[in-house]
Design a protein around this ligand. Structure first.
Ligand SMILES: *[C@@H]1O[C@H](CO)[C@@H](O)[C@H](O)[C@H]1NC(C)=O
Ligand SMILES: *[C@@H]1O[C@H](CO)[C@@H](O)[C@H](O)[C@H]1NC(C)=O
Ligand SMILES: *[C@@H]1O[C@H](CO)[C@@H](O)[C@H](O)[C@H]1NC(C)=O
Ligand SMILES: *[C@@H]1O[C@H](CO)[C@@H](O)[C@H](O)[C@H]1NC(C)=O
Ligand SMILES: *[C@@H]1O[C@H](CO)[C@@H](O)[C@H](O)[C@H]1NC(C)=O
Ligand SMILES: *[C@@H]1O[C@H](CO)[C@@H](O)[C@H](O)[C@H]1NC(C)=O
Ligand SMILES: *[C@@H]1O[C@H](CO)[C@@H](O)[C@H](O)[C@H]1NC(C)=O
Ligand SMILES: CC(=O)N[C@H]1CO[C@H](CO)[C@@H](O)[C@@H]1O
Length: 240
């Protein structure tokens, strides 16, 4: 039994800003009330277009995040990482859609789609990505955010009240939570049988301690194509 309340999804990162090229450039969403997506048949679709060009080599337009099981905690961070080392100058358009199934009084539910897009620039003169700063008091209110007031639930849908105001500043990414996201991305790259790996420097020992300390690792990337991590992998979810 899922309790009613406010369901919200926030794009924590990136923002409309200029960032330095990164082997692991993060995309992070925060899901507030992460227990709700299964009951709302909710998912996120997204595309990331280099120069807003579908056929550019770095572009990826088939991102899908299904949330078929309740996610843990009061707030769950969902991350994807991609490589911009090979694209040191240019702009990118991240467009994402939140799908929420709205019950109707007449019986047939209908999906509500909320779409946001964030354009950001990659340049050597940019700033380093900073997930902690992105949730700080000065920056949190600029998140692209969508909220629904779910008053009750039907068959794979929610009865939605008037749209509430969003509350992105409730999201808090600590430095250890940020490190965990990066560490998991590194672990994912370095796992055996993973999708076509770039040459991220992986721990040489089988010790797991190095994987939990991404600051001790350097990310070497020699791929020419942008690599989307985790496409098709649904269960890569970390608590904030
Ligand atoms: C993005 O930031 C630039 C520079 O601050 C600003 O000129 C532009 O209007 C912003 N665009 C959006 C969509 O916020
Ligand atoms: C980004 O993509 C959205 C959705 O396709 C589009 O409306 C918007 O104009 C694009 N922005 C830029 C700067 O290309
Ligand atoms: C989009 O990218 C493709 C592949 O690099 C290129 O051939 C095409 O000219 C680009 N289109 C635009 C409008 O820049
Ligand atoms: C989750 O939110 C509820 C209500 O806001 C609060 O009482 C509870 O302590 C929170 N739990 C965690 C793990 O943050
Ligand atoms: C959900 O559907 C109802 C019709 O049953 C409609 O009145 C309401 O505006 C919809 N809610 C949203 C948030 O679009
Ligand atoms: C959500 O809907 C409930 C039931 O109508 C209402 O009591 C509550 O005030 C609403 N919450 C917000 C934040 O709008
Ligand atoms: C956010 O996390 C930091 C570090 O864990 C903590 O010091 C701070 O109190 C938290 N802020 C909120 C609003 O939860
Ligand atoms: C920073 C970094 O590791 N850059 C390397 C990425 O991969 C390309 C292609 O192999 C190299 O030329 C860069 O030096």
């Amino acid at each position: 039994m899922t309790n009613p309340g406010i369901f919200e999804v926030d794009l924590v990162f990136p923002r409309n800003a200029t960032y330095t090229p990164q082997a692991l450039m993060p995309i992070v969403w925060a899901v507030q009330r992460p227990d709700m997506p299964p009951a709302l048949a909710s998912s996120i679709t997204w595309s990331l277009l280099e120069s807003n060009n579908y056929t550019a080599p770095g572009s990826s337009d088939d991102g899908l995040i299904e949330m078929l099981s309740p996610l843990p905690g009061n707030e769950t961070l969902i991350s994807r990482f991609f490589n911009t080392i090979e694209y040191p100058d240019g702009y990118w358009n991240l467009t994402w859609t939140l799908w929420v199934n709205n019950c109707s009084q007449e019986g047939s539910s209908q999906y509500i789609l909320k779409t946001g897009s964030t354009v950001f620039t990659i340049s050597k003169s940019g700033q380093e990505p900073d997930l902690v700063a992105a949730t700080s008091a000065g920056q949190c209110d600029a998140m692209d955010a969508y909220a629904f007031n779910v008053t009750s639930f039907g068959e794979n849908c929610g009865y939605l009240g008037p749209t509430p105001t969003t509350n992105p500043c409730a999201v808090n990414i600590s430095s250890s939570a940020a490190s965990s996201l990066y560490a998991s991305a590194t672990t994912w790259y370095c796992a055996p049988n993973t999708v076509d790996n770039p040459n991220v420097t992986c721990p040489t020992s089988t010790s797991t301690s190095s994987a939990s300390n991404p600051a001790s690792q350097s990310f070497m990337v020699t791929r020419t194509a942008l690599l989307m991590l985790l496409v098709g992998i649904t269960n890569f979810i970390l608590m904030g």
